[in-house]
Design a binder for this molecule. Structure first.
Ligand code: HEC
Ligand code: HEC
Ligand code: HEC
Ligand code: HEC
Length: 168
């Protein structure tokens, strides 16, 4: 009897601890994958060996370049056991729908602002249901910095032909 009580207590304590360390989940739309057949990743990776060597990829994902995101490599964020999941620094697996937790590990201030609807985009009711956009709906997780916008050429004057004639 004592043993049972003890194990129930251990169970209760550990489950409330797990609850406390778990981030609250936010309602988000489906992750913005580039093409339909890129997910589940394990469709291809089930039969592929993991290659943890930092290298330029050439047979697949050759467009991905993480050099511009701190000093990260694929398996800092993707779970090597199951590529259908992301991975936190403590080894915990999360779903792609929860990628804001991954980003929040290093961008804590922005994450706090995002939760409060100051950063990013939150829609819905102030006192009711809300929808959040994932960080990756706006930022490429691999090259997150926005590219400088290329300025458009100056508009052409409607009477430009008059000036063209005078050339030569
Ligand atoms: C900073 C964390 C981070 C790093 C480092 C990282 N990824 Fe990702 N990656 C993500 C997140 C988050 C997503 C999910 C984007 C989404 O939800 O659409 C993603 C998406 C992807 C996708 C799906 C892209 C698509 O076409 O929609 C592929 C493939 C991928 N990563 C491969 C890689 C490879 C290969 C590397 C290493 C060269 C890498 N990732 C490094 C965080 C990372
Ligand atoms: C159509 C098949 C295919 C799909 C789908 C696919 N991959 Fe890959 N992936 C590959 C191939 C092939 C390579 C090896 C590329 C190379 O070595 O040049 C690779 C390499 C990688 C690597 C580099 C490290 C390693 O172990 O080789 C990561 C990380 C990775 N993929 C993550 C993902 C993620 C995350 C997804 C899903 C969002 C995904 N892949 C979907 C085929 C695929
Ligand atoms: C392990 C830490 C780490 C994680 C996880 C991480 N980042 Fe970063 N991020 C950095 C660092 C460091 C820089 C600065 C890189 C630089 O300037 O070279 C950066 C830069 C950025 C920038 C550019 C900031 C600027 O000043 O323009 C954005 C945007 C960004 N990250 C978004 C994200 C998103 C979205 C995620 C989740 C998919 C993420 N980060 C995950 C460490 C991280
Ligand atoms: C609706 C789009 C959107 C969403 C969602 C979003 N961001 Fe941003 N983010 C922006 C814009 C726009 C900027 C400003 C870019 C600039 O000024 O160059 C920015 C700037 C940043 C910067 C650099 C400036 C700073 O304040 O440090 C970081 C880091 C960043 N975002 C991280 C994140 C993270 C992490 C998330 C998710 C928790 C996220 N963002 C969600 C649009 C978004």
């Amino acid at each position: 009897m004592k043993k049972i009580l003890l194990s129930i207590m251990v169970l209760l304590i550990s489950s409330s601890w797990a609850q406390a360390t778990k981030e609250k989940l936010f309602p988000v739309p489906y992750p913005p994958f580039s093409k339909k057949d890129i997910f589940p990743c394990m469709n291809c990776h089930e039969g592929l060996d993991r290659n943890k060597k930092v290298r330029k990829l050439k047979d697949m994902h050759e467009e991905i370049n993480v050099e511009q995101h701190g000093d990260r490599w694929c398996y800092d964020c993707h779970d090597e056991r199951n590529l259908d999941k992301l991975r936190l620094a403590n080894g915990q697996q999360i779903r792609f729908q929860e990628s804001y937790i991954l980003c929040g590990q290093c961008h804590g201030n922005v994450f706090e602002q995002w939760k409060n609807g100051i950063h990013g985009k939150r829609t819905g009711f102030w006192n009711g249901e809300k929808q959040y956009l994932l960080c990756v709906h706006c930022h490429d997780p691999h090259t997150p910095r926005f590219k400088a916008v290329k300025p458009d050429p100056a508009p052409i004057r409607p009477d430009a032909h008059k000036f063209k004639k005078n050339k030569h």
